[in-house]
Design a protein. Structure first.
Length: 349
């Protein structure tokens, strides 16, 4: 935990306690005195750490745990009352090493919140759902809530903590790295969509771009490494989705290129055909979301435009793939070390 908003943090703790889990362990950056004070009001275990960055905090947490299953949870993530019960079900299969949950945005007010929610539902009703159905190999168990067998976390700990990319220590990408290490050792990963959680997402464009840039860099690093290893080809559908994601950020931009050309040529019929096609095709793609939130139909054009912007972000991420910076928190890799780059109030450290 680092620089969390007190209100959402309080709601998150209370939701975890309502699930009656055996123990809640909070690993909090020593500089975050506000959250330390809040945490000590509840029956939880509080561990403070002087080492910046999420990666070491995760390691500290699972080493302090004593249960067979361990949930790694972000400090802004609120659970439904039955999450703990639901996420345990897939572990009846001894081959399952990790389980993820369905996510949605905590606050669905405003354009970006609605768009983020649409992307999340697409991910959990399409991409991750298909990876679960065709091979039980989900490419990334989101760190907002991911459950693992503790014995496996201890087994992969060294590889997790010493990850580098082209000689640079990895600061972020913990979710992808943990998932990949589990799959690499022959275990399976699974989406338990009946387990629902809600998290905060950026509500301004600058934060949104920075978060997506960090995620895109992590995806490129993880997927390119995985595709160069034999293990991923034992999961054909997983390998296909990685390749598809790599190519789609380029092919997705063909549409707006045609649209721009048609506008320049004043070919209004073709412009209308494109607009209608995008509205219909994306509505079909987002049908599970639209059945629950029909008003999102009117956000489809915005969803399409943001998809184009994300494609550009992914291309920029590929070009800057070695850069290691959290972007939405004041933590970065400088001279090969993870360091704090600012204090919670925004002042330089």
């Amino acid at each position: 935990m680092y620089q969390e908003k007190p209100g959402i943090f309080t709601r998150a703790i209370e939701s975890w306690l309502a699930n009656q889990v055996e123990e809640i362990i909070l690993v909090i950056d020593v500089t975050d005195t506000v959250c330390i004070e809040i945490a000590r009001r509840y029956p939880v275990t509080v561990i403070t750490t002087e080492i910046p960055g999420k990666r070491d905090a995760l390691r500290v947490g699972w080493n302090a745990a004593r249960t067979e299953l361990v949930a790694l949870v972000d400090s802004d993530t609120v659970w439904a009352p039955d999450v703990a019960e639901e996420v345990c079900k897939p572990f009846a299969d001894p081959r399952i090493g990790g389980v993820g949950t369905r996510q949605n945005t905590h606050d669905r007010q405003g354009f970006l919140s609605r768009i983020n929610d649409m992307f999340l539902d697409h991910r959990y009703f399409d991409e991750n759902a298909c990876q679960t159905r065709f091979g039980r190999a989900v490419s990334c168990l989101s760190g907002r809530t991911a459950i693992y067998r503790r014995a496996l976390l201890l087994e992969i700990e060294q590889d997790f903590m010493t990850e580098t990319f082209w000689g640079v220590p990895c600061l972020s990408g913990d979710d992808k790295r943990l998932t990949t290490l589990i799959l690499e050792r022959g275990h399976l990963t699974y989406l338990q969509r009946t387990a629902r959680v809600w998290s905060t997402f950026p509500t301004n464009w600058w934060s949104f771009v920075r978060q997506r840039l960090r995620w895109a860099r992590n995806t490129w690093r993880s997927d390119l490494r995985a595709l160069s290893r034999p293990w991923v080809w034992h999961h054909p559908f997983l390998a296909y989705t990685m390749l598809d994601k790599a190519v789609s950020c380029f092919t997705l931009l063909v549409g707006p290129a045609f649209l721009t050309y048609s506008l320049i040529q004043h070919n209004w019929l073709f412009v209308a055909v494109l607009a209608i096609w995008w509205q219909i095709s994306r509505s079909a793609k987002l049908l599970p979301h639209l059945t629950q939130r029909p008003s999102s139909f009117f956000f489809i054009p915005g969803y399409v435009v943001v998809s184009w912007a994300m494609a550009l972000i992914k291309i920029w991420a590929l070009l800057t793939i070695r850069t290691q910076h959290w972007l939405t928190r004041d933590v970065a890799v400088e001279h090969g070390q993870v360091v704090r780059t600012g204090l919670p109030d925004g002042r330089s450290s």
